[in-house]
Design a binder for this molecule. Structure first.
Ligand code: ARG
Length: 277
């Protein structure tokens, strides 16, 4: 029997998909002018927010702006660690105005925001786990932003190279099962090995020998785009295999359907920015 897993309450920042749409294609999941059911996207998003609140987490929201159809993907707007905010600089011009909108929210909430010089897509590519900040590159966030993040947070950055355009952000290929805040030795991740180059895969094996490995099926179902509170794992309902493996490790999967948002290449984690005190 695995040890009982302990949940830590989180503070999340989200953005309602009121203007969600697929009008441009900046990743392989997106098809220009795909019909989108905004009401369904809203329903699915509300069920995510409800699930967080039902599990004792705090959820705040940024007001969505028309003409920013991807603004629902709050994870890309920043990384917050130790109450310090590293803002974003998007690769795609269509998303660039999102940075200022989120920055304003953080300023109004009493945070200073450090603006990165290089392309930096927030928690999409920067994932704090244990003593490290895991940092993806290859499609979006630039290696120069990894160096900026290390300098800003004073946390060792571990660069990881993504190899498959379907998994263009680190958070589509890996998530922190246990972020190690309470017990650094417990830090652990789940990931899809084939999304990484051989060298980066070897780094993950070395750092996390006990990681949960996902199959292609789990990854295609956006199962790695999950949020764990240390006990509950908010996970795509379609990622059955991964949910089962997590349950065997003592985690409690909370399956949620965000299929409408997947038309833009996003899922649960993409919709969730964590504000770490
Ligand atoms: N359409 C968005 C983009 O391609 C999706 C972002 C998903 N966010 C994430 N954290 N993976 O930029």
């Amino acid at each position: 029997m695995p040890a009982p897993r302990v949940r830590r309450p989180r503070r999340f920042l989200t953005c309602e998909p009121r203007y969600f749409d697929v009008r441009y294609a900046i990743n392989p999941w997106m098809r220009e002018d795909t019909p989108v059911d905004t009401a369904l996207a809203l329903d699915q998003w509300h069920s995510l927010v409800r699930a967080y609140r039902d599990h004792g987490h705090t959820v705040e929201t940024v007001a969505p702006l028309p003409d920013l159809p991807d603004m629902v993907f709050a994870a890309n707007a920043a990384v917050v660690l130790g109450g310090r905010v590293l803002g974003s600089r998007f690769a795609a011009p269509q998303r660039q105005p999102e940075s200022a909108a989120y920055e304003l929210w953080f300023k109004n909430a009493g945070f200073d925001v450090h603006e990165p010089q290089a392309v930096c897509e927030g928690e999409g590519d920067l994932v704090p786990v244990g003593p490290y900040l895991l940092a993806g590159t290859g499609f979006r966030t630039a290696p120069a932003a990894h160096a900026e993040a290390q300098e800003f947070f004073g946390v060792p950055v571990v660069g990881l190279r993504l190899a498959d355009p379907l998994f263009y952000h680190l958070d589509t290929a890996l998530f922190a099962l246990d972020d190690g805040q309470d017990d650094p030795g417990a830090a652990n991740v789940a990931y899809y090995p084939a999304a990484f180059t051989p060298g980066s895969r070897a780094v993950l094996e070395r750092l996390f020998p006990d990681a949960v490995l996902a199959t292609e099926e789990d990854a295609m179902a956006f199962g790695l785009n999950s949020v764990s509170d240390g006990r509950h794992v908010f996970i795509a309902a379609q990622a059955h295999g991964l949910a089962e493996r997590l349950a065997r490790r003592g985690y409690v999967p909370v399956p949620l359907d965000l299929s409408e948002l997947r038309k833009a290449g996003g899922g649960i984690k993409c919709c969730t920015q964590e504000i770490r005190p």
